[in-house]
Design a protein around this ligand. Structure first.
Ligand code: UTP
Length: 292
């Protein structure tokens, strides 16, 4: 690693959205607490961050979101019950989901004004250092986590790194699409971001998924509180202002990506993760056959 490149020690998890696509399930329960196989979305991504060497976990929460931080608490009554019943495997799962002291920080986003605004709410906790942003909606299933793959790219180039994925050309008008300066097949150097271009005008077919490593200068642009698409404060608008001033790379990550913020992606992820589960995988396979 280049000595001038500061390590990425902190990750921000924006979890203050309304989750309207899952109503009525998310009337009271945070979307990020919905389970994929045996653990909630938020735990999947916290584990990914931990495996990538992240030391500080910053949740941007809002109303009705306390359950998210409580999920990572020490649960003495539950643990003593599991111990008294000799449920060792379950006890290990519960303990693995605890967050050690001094690692979890929370800040509030009083109103869901957009992803960019949620990230800005973490600026004091992040301070003047590079940081990761992980959206729990996006799961990537691979032996090396998506953030760990991105940190390898970051250690090579520094600057900003986002996780990117090819989308079908016919669908570019649904996504933010990258304008690419150079491409080595795995990593691309980014010169522009185009919001929802028509397929004929799209400068590439690469779009960003919910994993970012950004330099703290992005907060200067977010603090202007400019609204963009959907009248929300958009993270992509602030990132676009860093282009040309700082290195900006996209990594074609390895692994299967699931958009768990959509009901279909959520079901797909549950099928994929439960099929791999040693306890229930065979049973799930049989159920799928019965229904096909
Ligand atoms: P989404 O765009 O999926 O919005 O946010 P949402 O409100 O969660 O869900 P829908 O579209 O209404 O179903 C992506 C991520 O950004 C967070 C969300 O919690 C989610 O993890 N977010 C979004 C915030 O923290 N604050 C916001 O103002 C918007």
């Amino acid at each position: 690693m280049n000595k001038n490149i500061k390590p990425v020690r902190k990750a921000v998890f924006p979890v203050a959205g309304l989750g309207t696509r899952f109503l009525p399930a998310t009337k009271e329960m945070p979307k990020e607490m919905l389970p994929i196989n045996d653990r909630p979305l938020i735990q999947h991504v916290v584990e990914e961050a931990r495996a990538a060497g992240i030391e500080e976990f910053i949740f941007v929460t809002g109303r009705h979101k306390n359950m998210l931080e409580e999920h990572f608490d020490f649960q003495p009554e539950l643990e003593s019950t599991l111990i008294s019943r000799n449920k060792d495997a379950m006890l290990k799962k519960v303990r693995d989901s605890e967050m050690p002291a001094g690692k979890l920080f929370t800040t509030r986003q009083p109103k869901p004004l957009g992803l960019g605004h949620a990230v800005w709410c973490a600026h004091k906790l992040v301070g003047n250092e590079p940081f990761a942003i992980i959206l729990p909606d996006d799961l990537v299933d691979y032996k090396e986590g998506c953030l760990a793959q991105m940190i390898n790219t970051y250690n090579e180039y520094g600057g900003n790194v986002v996780a990117v994925k090819d989308v079908p050309r016919a669908e570019t008008s649904k996504y933010g699409i990258l304008d690419i300066e150079s491409d080595n097949g795995t990593e691309v150097s980014i010169r522009g971001l185009v919001e929802k271009p028509d397929p004929a005008d799209a400068p590439s077919t690469l779009s960003i998924i919910g994993r970012y490593i950004l330099q703290p200068e992005v907060f200067e642009h977010l603090s202007a509180f400019e609204t963009g698409a959907g009248d929300e404060i958009q993270l992509t608008d602030a990132m676009a202002k860093l282009l040309g001033r700082q290195a900006f790379h996209g990594l074609r990550f390895k692994g299967n990506h699931f958009d768990c913020g959509s009901r279909l992606g959520f079901i797909a992820a549950n099928i994929a993760y439960s099929l791999k589960d040693p306890e229930i995988g065979d049973g799930v396979g049989k159920i799928l056959k019965d229904y096909s």
